[in-house]
Design a protein around this ligand. Structure first.
Ligand SMILES: NC(=O)c1ccc[n+]([C@@H]2O[C@H](COP(=O)([O-])OP(=O)(O)OC[C@H]3O[C@@H](n4cnc5c(N)ncnc54)[C@H](OP(=O)(O)O)[C@@H]3O)[C@@H](O)[C@H]2O)c1
Length: 332
């Protein structure tokens, strides 16, 4: 018997118990040309809130009502009737919220068992790829510049700041709790951290970036984004990675003064990593070097059991995840 979660209804705010339905059914006998995968971990990502919205113009089509909830994941091939996969292969990609699934060649990517499966969901997964591609390829940082990153203690933001430090930037992080701000400065080597809930962001940015921000990496939107915009240097660049504060349909807690883009001749560029899957191996090679050199650390927040996924996903929107949020599904 296989357990999976389907999308039952589209939420109007946060994910709720009514959003998903637990389904138990039998997989059909494995077809020729397919492989059966046992899912070990699934990744919980802010983008999943967008995937259940009815927006048909986004970078991925909406998850259909009644379909298995879409998610990234990693698993192990249990049985194979195709040359594309061998029993025991580790495979990653869009597994969805299910204990098992049958896949066709090309549907999931085989990865070597050289790091842990959890790491493939974090630093060697979407978060690491996003941080590196967004900062290095989109942001084009130069040593000596001042970088500001919001959502700084999250899985993407914490990697962005550390990669920035490794590249010789001055790094200011904006996060939501004193513990997260301490972690950024004391453990990750950020030059400064501001708590957007309690600190005066204008005073803090004026103090830590007196000449302005050269490069800004945006993960959350709202008040921290509005503050960063006020402190950008002329001709500064803004990498638009995410706007989690409005994914649930909330109005921004502060509207930015967009005239700053003109007055200070700023460049803003958005990107989505699903456009760049081909770049992942090269990025992971670079991240591996930074880890080996002791310049990159990360933390994982592992939730036990697929049944926890529908509730645990809201940790991302409450700010209670401490690191990359993943669900352990079944023992690999
Ligand atoms: N463009 C891409 O291809 C791509 C790929 C991956 C991720 N992303 C985006 O990157 C961002 C970070 O994703 P992640 O996976 O690394 O998640 P994460 O940062 O590990 O977790 C989400 C964090 O967002 C913060 N947050 C939640 N609601 C907020 C609000 N209203 N205002 C300010 N901060 C809020 C919380 O931290 P605090 O405690 O600090 O509030 C929370 O811990 C998201 O916007 C996501 O959509 C984009």
């Amino acid at each position: 018997m296989n357990v999976r979660y389907i999308l039952k209804s589209r939420p109007s705010g946060r994910f709720s118990p009514e959003t998903f339905e637990r389904v138990q059914d039998d997989l059909p006998p494995l077809a020729d040309g397919q492989a059966r995968v046992k899912v070990a971990y699934v990744s919980l990502d802010p983008a999943m809130r967008g995937w259940v919205s009815p927006d048909t113009k986004s970078y991925l089509p909406p998850v259909a009502i009644g379909d298995t909830m879409r998610s990234l994941g990693i698993g192990i091939v249990e049985d194979s009737r195709t040359d594309a996969y061998s029993t025991g292969d580790w495979v990653t990609g869009f597994t969805g919220w299910t204990e098992r699934l049958d896949v066709a060649p090309g549907q999931l990517t085989v990865v070597p068992p050289t790091v842990s499966m959890e790491d493939y969901m974090g630093v060697f997964g979407l978060a690491g790829a996003t941080a590196y591609h967004g900062l290095v390829k989109v942001g084009e940082p130069k040593a000596g510049e001042t970088l500001c990153v919001t959502g700084a203690a999250g899985s993407v933001g914490s990697l962005v700041g550390q990669i920035g430090k490794a590249l010789g930037l001055r790094v200011i992080g904006i996060a939501g709790t004193p513990e997260k701000c301490r972690w950024l400065v004391d453990d990750l080597g950020f030059d400064a951290a501001l708590n957007y809930r309690t600190d005066d962001l204008d005073a803090g940015l004026a103090a830590f970036a007196p000449d302005g921000i050269d490069l800004h990496f945006e993960n959350v939107g709202g008040k921290p984004f509005a503050a960063a915009l006020r402190h950008m240097k002329a001709h500064g660049r803004m990498v638009m990675c995410g706007f989690i504060s409005v994914y649930n349909g909330d109005r921004p807690d502060e509207y930015p003064d967009m005239t700053a883009i003109i007055r200070r001749r700023l460049s803003l560029k958005g990107f989505v990593m699903t456009d760049h899957f081909d770049t992942y191996p090269a990025i992971f090679a670079e991240l591996g070097k930074l880890i080996a050199a002791g310049k990159l650390t990360y933390r994982l927040d592992v939730v036990d059991g697929l049944d926890q996924a529908p509730v645990a996903i809201n940790k991302l929107f409450e700010g209670t995840n401490t690191g990359k949020l993943v669900v352990k599904v079944v023992d690999a």
